[in-house]
Design a protein around this ligand. Sequence first.
Ligand SMILES: [Zn+2]
Ligand SMILES: [Zn+2]
Ligand SMILES: [Zn+2]
Length: 118
Amino acid sequence: METVQATGNRTSKGILGLITDDQGRCIHYNSVLDIVANRCSVCKKLYSCYKCHNELEDHPFGAVSETEPDSVMCGVCGSLYSYKAYSSLTSCRTCGSSFNPRCALHRQCYAKNTAASS
Ligand SMILES: [Zn+2]
Ligand SMILES: [Zn+2]
Ligand SMILES: [Zn+2]
């Protein structure tokens, strides 16, 4: 089976993915609230979503530590947060844009809880 090589693009803030606008929305997630990009712990690139990442990179999206700084970017203003800080917010501290509360459903894709006891 032939693989179609998807081609990505990037926003002016540097978010990579199959981007559909300059605030970081992509072909997978493009509601008004989908403005957040996540960093992969493997390639350290900021992607619009893990699906975009997995289509454009040769490795699966690597979850970051929740406390790793600069792991989540607001696609509107470019502010960076740790996943932990981001998950405690409902809107961007800098520009006030609302974040998508449903992102929490994908938490395990993007971040690992390093505080968990083993
Ligand atoms: Zn990666
Ligand atoms: Zn996507
Ligand atoms: Zn912002």
